[in-house]
Every structure is written in C-alpha cells, then in structure tokens.
Design a protein around this ligand. Sequence first.
Ligand SMILES: [Zn+2]
Length: 708
Amino acid sequence: MTNYDPTSTGTLDVVQEPATEMQAPTEFGAAEIAEEPTGTGVASMLGTEAAAALPEAEATPTVAAPPKPAMLPPFPIALRHVSGSYVGIANSFELDLRVDVDGARPMRRMSGDFVRIIGSTRTYFGSFVIDSLVITNTKAGEVIRGLGRFTFSASHPVLEVTIPRRRFFQPAAPATVRFLTTTNQLGATYVCSWGSPFFRSVTLQTETVSDVPAPLFTSYDTGSLPSGGPARTLSVVTAYAEAGIEVIPAAAGPVIDIAEAAGNHMWSDAELMASMATHFTHYGTAPHWDLWQLQCLEHELGPSLLGIMFDSQGRQGCAVFNFSMGGTTPDQLRTQLYCHVHELGHCFNLMHSWQKSLAKPAGVDNPSALSWMNYPQKYAGGGTGAFWAAFPFQFIDNEIVHLRHAFRAAIIPEGNPFTIGAAEIDPQVMSDPVEDVSGLDFRIEPVHSSFLLGEPVVVELRLSSFDKRPRMVHGHLSPQTSGVSIAVARPDGRAVRFEPLVDHLVSRDPQPLQEGKELSETAYLGSGKHGLYFEQPGTYKVRGIYHAPDGSRVMSNVTRIRVRYPATQEDNDVAELMLGEQQGALFALRGSDAEHLRAGNDALDTVIEKYGKHPLATYARYQKAFNAARAFKLVDDAAPKRLSVRAPDIARAQSLMNAVSAPTTRLDEISKAQGFDRLAVTLEAAGNSEGASQVRQTSQKLRAASRR
Ligand SMILES: [Zn+2]
C-alpha cells in the first residue's frame, strides 16, 4: 500500500536502532495509548499526556525548561546533550529530525524534513516545526512533546520524541519519534539514529581571483578590538558552527588568473552570475546544500561595495570584494569576517535587520539588532563605532531559529527566492505612515507616463531634505543596495516586494544632506528574483521605502505605473519576445555573455532583426550596446588560467549607443548617460582619451537634461 502521509502509519517499520532501544516504541504501544482519555485540547493534553503514557515517570512537566537529567548517576557526571540532528526511516519515508533543547543557545524547538523513498529515488516531501515544547524527564529518557506546524496536511501532527540520557563519554542515543493525533491516536513511529550535533550542513566552494592580496582571510580574534561578546577566534566555519550550522569547505580550483583580463580587474554582476552558472557544479539543478563564493578585488560599482549575494536562480552564490577591507589589521579582519558571514546569511535567506518586516511571513524591523545581518553604519544604537563596541559576533535568536528550523524551502539554496515563504507582502505598505519626522522627502516617479507591454519599467528615485538641520543620509537609492525597498501592488491588488537580482553590501558611511539638496538615481524594476513584475497590462502602484541611517523608514509617494494593452499585432509579437525571465535578467544586468541567458539573448536579437523599427527595439539594442562596451570575464575551467575574457567591441558599442540615444527613442536620459559612461571607461582603457572625453561630454549633457 502506498502511504501518502509520513505521520500516519502505525506500523513499526523501523530500522537502524540498537536492540536495547527497541523498548521505547513497544513500551508505549498503540493499544496502551488508545486507552488513555482523550485530551480536550492540545494545551491541556501536553501537560498531562506524557506522564500518563509513561506511568513510572517521575515527571514534572515544565514548559521549555532546560532539561534536568532524571536518570541521575550516583555521582555527578556530565551528560551528553541531546540537541542535534537525527535520521531514521519508516514506511518509505526518511525523517531528518532536529532537536534543539540544550547545548549552545537552545531555541527550544524541534523541526524536521521528510524524504520519500521510492525504489532508488529520494524526493523531498515536507517539513514541520514545533515552536513550543513540553520537556519531561523520565526513566526512559528525555521526552519532548509538542504540536507541529507542517507544510502538508498531517493526520498526526503531535510529536513525542524520547531520547535516553547518556553520559558524556557514551555514544549518543537514538531518538524515538512518535506521531500522534491531537486526540492521542498513535500514527507513525520512527527510530532515528544520532547524526550530528549540527542542525544543518552545507558545503562552501570558495574560488579566488589572483589579484586578491595574500593572505586570504581565515579568521579573526574577536578580542583584538573591544566588542560586546567573549573573545574567541572566529572563522566563517566557526561563526556558523555557533549558530548550529555546519559549513564544510569544498575543494576549489586553482587561483583564477586576472592577468588574462589585461587590467580590467573589476567585476560586473553579469560576469559574476555567468561565472557561477558555468562553473558551479550544483548550479541550477535542484535545491541543494551547496554554496559558491568568489573572492575578488573589486566590483565595478567601486570600492565601497564589500559583498553581494547574486543569484536569479536561488541564493546559491555570493562574492566578497577585498579592495577596501583586505589586509591584516584587526579592523580589516573584523570587516572581512563580518562580510563573509553576512553574505552567506543572505544565501540562507536571512534579510537585513532593518527589512525584516518586508519578508513573508513578516518579521519585525530591528535596526538596533546586534546581528551579522545588520549594517554597522545603519546600527540604530549609534552607528559604526557603537555597533562594533556592542556586537557579540552572532546572529540574534530569530535568525538562529530560521537557520536551524525554517521549512526546508525557505532556507535551502535554490529553494524559495530570497526573503520569502511567498513573495507577497502586507498591502499596508501602500498606506501612509502614521508619523514621519525624518525631515526627508523621498519621491518615486516612473520615467514614462505609461509603458508599452514588455517595455522595461524604470523609475527615478529622489531624496531631499526639508529640514533646516542637515540630515544624515546614505546615498544608496537603488533597491539593489538594500538602502531602499520597493513594493509593487499589482493590478489584481496583490502587493509584492521588488527584489533585485543582486543584493549589494555597501559600506559607505552616512553623509549630511543639506536642506534643499537632492540625491537621485534611476532603477530598473522590470524583473528581479521572482521573475517579471509588470508582465500584464494594467495599473500598478509602486512605493519606495528609504531606510535612513537612524532607522527611520521614509515612505515615498505611491506612484502609478500604467502598462498599456498592445495596440497592434506587432506590439503583441514584440511584447512576447521582450517578456521573459531571461530577457528581464538581461535588462537588469545590462546584457550578458552568459550561456544560461542565451535564449533571452536570442529573443532580443529577433526583436532587433525582425522588428528593428519598433520603439521597444531600442531596449534590446541598449543592453547589447552596454555589454559590447565592456569586456566580459568568465571563470572558466576550460581556459588555461581559469579565466576567459571576451574583449570589448568598441565600434559596435559606439554605433548601438548612437542609435539608442537619439532624442526620439524611449530610453531615459540616465540610462543613456550610463551607457556612454561605460563606453568612456573602455575608450580610456584602450588609450583613446579624446574619444573618451567626447563621450563623457555627451553623458554630462544627458544628465543635465534629465534634471530638467
Ligand atoms: Zn546584505
């Protein structure tokens, strides 16, 4: 018989258990349980049931109390912790159980994943977590009980886990897991053998580019500078071990030789993503516990960018940039440790401390969190200096709960997209703030009054101060830096958070903004981690939230973005070609050589070749112009120095840029200016200073025009 609910069968089809432990399941068999009076509710049942099921128990049930050993030896001797992961099989299901009741920072929870085993295939089935436990010490061992939340409809949602206590030097005992209905009917029983003191395990493959100065980061002694925690030596591995997560360094290839790039050492988002896609063995396969990291010198956005989590497919890769933080002073080592741990935190789907309310389910914004996931300069308790003085080099409790117990899809790389159980957010974000005394005005406006279907949606973001006193601000108005969050309410009323393909970790300290002065930036919102945001005609509402350095959330106006219905068959055909996740990624990255985006590139080629006069062909040409204007580096094992470099095509870039920057095109001025800026850098590098300066003048004129 096929079983579709891993909690439901009562058959004791258990394996892997030592004979002595077989007593546990038989001792509390189904018949005995069935004679028990049925509790009126879970809460009352939890308090008494354990004692009833275990007649000889010297039970004093305590809610989430630290466990007290019941089988006390005649002399004081350390007992093993029972926390950690366990695995067992019953009825074609494997149960991966996580018990978190003692040891370092116990979160007083249990959680687990079911894997379905059919023949030689194993498929993930579902997860559960128990947020509130009753722990009882009995002769049989520690009995941990609670009602689970499941990703599927479980017929037997109550877990009762019995783990015999063992002395420190004895091997760990298995955990007997019984699933029960809320009326105490026994379902499936699993005997799970001890796996590891860690709750989860992930491999990390770190590749290094040759221009990162030696020595590479290994660890930091947190006692080197004043801090808010005990002094200890932390590496990425031990920092995550403290959170209960095992990070296993995976074999990396030889150093990637940047000399191949002939002086072009800066990395673009497009290059990073393409390199991961071609190089990372686990890329794009299925959810997996493997991460990829590139250590390089500098991102093309400049030295204040310390790290990014980049990934359209699902949080499996990040990069750290050593230009500003490389070195061996305590200050530099501290920043390196922080940056490595922070970026990997994003890969595990942790959000920034000040953005938690935008996740689903919503957390609580906490800009004063002393966490790896805060920015020191955004610390609401007083900025960078105060943050480091108080930071204990750890995650806060709810982050630890996520790392250890989140449903599998919400944490595993290539599981859910960044920041969600689901992408929707509270539509309340569209309503006006109760109070805003930040002294800042944040405006968001689309660059067109309406967009054609398939047209890249670009908005302008402007921040100004109307306070006589200068306001401290950061200049990161792009949603890619997490200094700004964007919410999009779709025509059907659902509100989603715009999540950029790439999340940039920036380090610039806040600057004063004088009254009447303005910062501005444009941002492409057409596609992000969840694919396309404006893929159907209708009226969208968009609002930005500026996360000020003091922790205030400055809400922008709500702007309307109208996406028109196609007027002609040609409009329709072009929209079809423009609207695709790969095309969206190409607009976000401003072009790419990546093999995994080839289908998108082909579609945009078709737009140019077949519908070259259509207004949207400009956008297809623009991303090609931008990409042609730059070299494209790719981490490539087939290349002799592990780096293949495609040289810029200046002539092509120039002619395409001239075409797309004609006054009649729909491309906005800032995007045009950025294209010319990119071209100028390449001309300069090629020794053509005169050409570069001409192109720069064009760019400046366009920027001036954009200010109107
Ligand atoms: Zn970050």
